[in-house]
Design a protein around this ligand. Structure first.
Ligand SMILES: O=C(O)c1cc(=O)[nH]c(=O)n1[C@@H]1O[C@H](COP(=O)(O)O)[C@@H](O)[C@H]1O
Length: 308
């Protein structure tokens, strides 16, 4: 997965991942009206609205960005239909050549982690027949239960050429409550960074980076710079740019000298660009995907300032 991700980043000259975190309030009225007519005002209609919205967004951005990151909570809140919309979105994006980072943030004891790993980045077994269910190229996981909870995922990265992005230093305001605790002279996030770097050595790709990446928030540039040194061969998935206040300047420390090492996420900043005050007059309701495309192009340009 990591080699493919790097290839796509280089091909598009753009280290951006678009977060597909749909909300009904972002979906234009004409799409909602269509699905409500077909399915009523139901969870199934909400899920179908998300799918149609995503298809238009993917059509508009797939030539600009290398990857998407669908956030599973947005879909699974609507039950089975929501999960179907999540899977259909992934299949559609893969047909368009995009790399998929499934933002599922799983973490549990080893036997349960195996089931998550089988379903998301491996195969499920039904009486000896193997099935691939979600088709993500990589997923996010929460490592704070320790190595036995992470190992089943690493095994699948080896077996199926998949990737992980492991939460190390998250972007949210309270992330320091635990992640910045000082433990014998080191911060918890630094210790986690060391562990992730070490785990990653088991599954190195061919371009100097591991299949095991790390989530490092754009909102904590100092921590990101420290982690870059602790984890030279680890790709960073960096959320927090845009809507959460992270700027291109804050991202400098996330990249290596080779201009690689980080992929920057923006969700609301791209997929809800049509709702920004300054865009409301520029784009009609039907042009929401064009607004997203313009936002993705603006982000690409902004990032080029820091990586050259
Ligand atoms: O793992 C993540 O993707 C993630 C980790 C983190 O530390 N902070 C964070 O915001 N995220 C996700 O990144 C996305 C950020 O969305 P925007 O703030 O709208 O760009 C959401 O899907 C979050 O769940």
């Amino acid at each position: 997965m990591i080699d493919l991700l790097i290839e796509k980043i280089q091909e598009k000259a753009n280290p951006t991942v678009v977060g597909l975190d749909p909300r009904l309030s972002y979906v234009p009225e004409y799409i909602k009206n269509e699905v409500y007519e077909e399915l009523g005002k139901t969870p199934a209609a909400a899920a179908e609205a998300f799918y149609r919205y995503n298809v238009a967004l993917i059509d508009a951005i797939h030539e600009i960005v290398p990857a998407i990151k669908p956030q599973v909570a947005m879909y699974e809140q609507f039950g089975g239909a929501g999960i179907d919309a999540y899977i259909k979105t992934i299949k559609y994006a893969k047909e368009k050549g995009l790399v998929i980072i499934g933002d599922i943030k799983r973490g549990d004891i080893s036997s349960t982690a195996e089931a998550y790993a089988d379903g998301h980045i491996g195969r499920v077994d039904v009486e000896g027949e193997k099935f691939e269910i979600y088709h993500e190229d990589s997923i996010t996981i929460n490592p704070y239960l320790g190595y036995d909870s992470v190992h089943p995922f690493i095994k699948h990265c080896q077996e199926y050429n998949r990737g992980l992005f492991v939460l190390v230093k998250t972007s949210n305001p309270n992330s320091g409550q635990i992640q910045n605790l000082d433990v014998a002279g080191k911060m918890v996030y630094e210790i986690m960074g060391e562990m992730v770097a070490e785990w990653g050595q088991q599954v190195m790709g061919t371009k100097g980076y591991s299949q095991i990446g790390a989530v490092v928030g754009a909102t904590y540039p100092e921590e990101a710079t420290k982690l870059r040194k602790i984890m030279p061969n680890t790709y960073f998935l960096v959320p927090g740019y845009g809507a959460q206040g992270g700027t291109a300047e804050d991202l400098k420390g996330c990249f290596n000298q080779d201009g690689l090492g980080a992929i920057i996420n923006s969700s609301r900043g791209i997929i809800a660009a049509h709702l920004k005050e300054e865009n409301k007059m520029k784009f009609s309701e039907k042009e929401f995907a064009l607004a997203a495309r313009k936002a993705a192009l603006a982000m690409k340009k902004d990032l080029q300032r820091v990586i050259g």
